[in-house]
Design a protein around this ligand. Structure first.
Ligand code: DGY
Length: 317
């Protein structure tokens, strides 16, 4: 049986599946391993089942034993892994697409609603007490008739588009390529981000973090938005240059944000904490029991498929 290091504790059902599929090394205390600990513990292993909290950079990958043939990431995103370094070392990297699209889209919608309807301020006032209803108390932005820009129209973006449309939002999007009419479902395509941002009363970031999308929201691009726009991010923190966005929030160029993901998680830029209209969550995108089981099971299946066939349909490098 292949020996696999599983760097984080999984939900019981998935650990049981892993035990039936290969010889796993579990992390029963769910300790956050350092990079050097991952290297040490992978000695004698054939593969590693990582999570997004494991930074598998070039240096770490180069130190892995030659017996490691697969890194199966327990996430759809794989920005935590240096794909080229893995490829050069003959290691395949896999991810867990599709199974988390619905759960992540739900959080995407929550971010839009929370930011537009001032949920952060509302929750704080309700907890503090002493609030007084009045005709203009915590007036927010109504979704009906509001233009939603979607950056990245993959599975998650398309699901957000469908729900947002049912709430009366008008959908615009930018993607590397235009979708078929069927998939577009009435959404308006923009072939560049300047054009998309300029019509986005609300933006939902759903694209993967890549060299091309890193810091796509920056000092320059933040100016493309209509004044008082709202930016939400359910993808990866690397897509936003925090200082530029916080500055835009402070001068009300951008009115509010809804964020689930950050650069340097869990240490988000403290500037966000000072902004009352920031509706912020701690990376909950895929956090439902069914989804986390489906993701972990798929990460296990990816390893199994690779050792049985020499390839894997969810290979990303
Ligand atoms: C992913 O899989 O990339 C999600 O962000 C995990 O929550």
């Amino acid at each position: 049986m292949k020996k696999i290091l599983i760097t984080r504790k999984l939900i019981k059902d998935s650990e049981e599946k892993a035990s039936k599929t290969f010889e796993p090394i579990f992390n029963s205390n769910d300790e956050l391993y350092s990079q050097s600990k991952v290297v040490d513990m992978s000695s004698g292993c054939d593969g590693i089942l990582t999570s997004l909290t494991d930074k598998m950079d070039k240096e770490t990958i180069n130190k892995l034993p030659d017996t490691i043939k697969i890194i199966s990431n327990f996430a759809v995103g794989f920005g935590n892994i240096d794909l080229d370094a893995a490829k050069k070392k003959g290691i395949i990297v896999t991810n867990t697409p599709e199974v988390l699209s619905d759960a992540t889209a739900e959080i995407g919608i929550l971010l839009i609603l929370g930011a537009c309807r001032r949920a952060a301020e509302g929750i704080e006032s309700a907890r503090e007490g002493g609030w007084k209803w009045s005709a203009d108390y915590l007036i927010g932005k109504q979704l009906t008739g509001t233009r939603l820009g979607i950056l990245g129209m993959g599975r998650i973006g398309q699901k957000i588009a469908r729900i947002a449309k049912s709430l009366g939002m008008v959908i615009h999007y930018h993607n590397r390529s235009k979708l078929s009419d069927d998939r577009e479902d009435g959404a308006i395509y923009h072939d560049n981000i300047k054009s998309l941002f300029s019509v986005s009363d609300v933006l939902s970031i759903c694209c993967p973090a890549t060299k091309e999308t890193e810091n796509m929201i920056n000092k320059e691009t933040v100016e493309y938005f209509p004044k008082g726009a709202i930016i939400t991010n359910v993808a990866r923190g690397d897509i936003i240059e925090d200082e530029a966005l916080i500055d835009a929030l402070n001068r009300r160029k951008i009115y509010a944000v809804g964020l689930d993901v950050y650069k340097n998680e869990p240490n988000l830029n403290p500037g966000y904490l000072k902004v009352k209209t920031a509706f912020i969550l701690p990376h909950l995108g895929s956090a439902t029991k069914d989804t986390r089981i489906a993701m972990a099971n798929l990460a296990v299946d990816n390893i199994d498929e690779f050792f049985k066939t020499g390839n894997c349909k969810n290979k990303v490098n």
